[in-house]
Design a protein around this ligand. Sequence first.
Ligand code: ZN
Length: 180
Amino acid sequence: MTMPTKAQIFEHWMDWLDKRGLDWGEPCCWACKRHFDVKYDLNKPTAKRVDIISNWDSVPLQRCHIIARQFGGENVPDNLFLMCKSCHDRAPNTKSRESFLDWVEKQDYTSLVQEDIMRELRNFELFDRIVDVGEMLADKELMKRFFSNSGFHMNQARGGSEITLSSIFVQIAEELKRRK
Ligand SMILES: [Zn+2]
């Protein structure tokens, strides 16, 4: 069977998403609920159902198998789930639909970002500078500069093109050295 489109997968899961409080017009990852660039939003009252559904085809989410292919999982909407790249990379390979959906319930974008930041603090040995790092992360102008130094605009990075957090932390570490 050929792989269904993201719109077909979305259409199959609409009721389930609605029950979880996910907005059909504001595409996000179905696991961590991370939102994408505002350009994918279709929240205008005049949007037709067909537009809202087809909008999901353009969103940078990946089609992931619930029951893995090597365990006989099929390419049908009921066995497919839309997730961001980072959730897809961490998703369990399982024979159990129930276990997969239990894992989904535990995902949370804010705590994922926190874990990533903790890892980089460790990598760059910046735990004793945690207050300075926090201030720098909250400095929008500085972050804008760091993002564009890494070859991205901030909203592009949010839109799904992955920028590694370490690209930002390299610059934070350099900036702290300069300020010292
Ligand atoms: Zn995600």
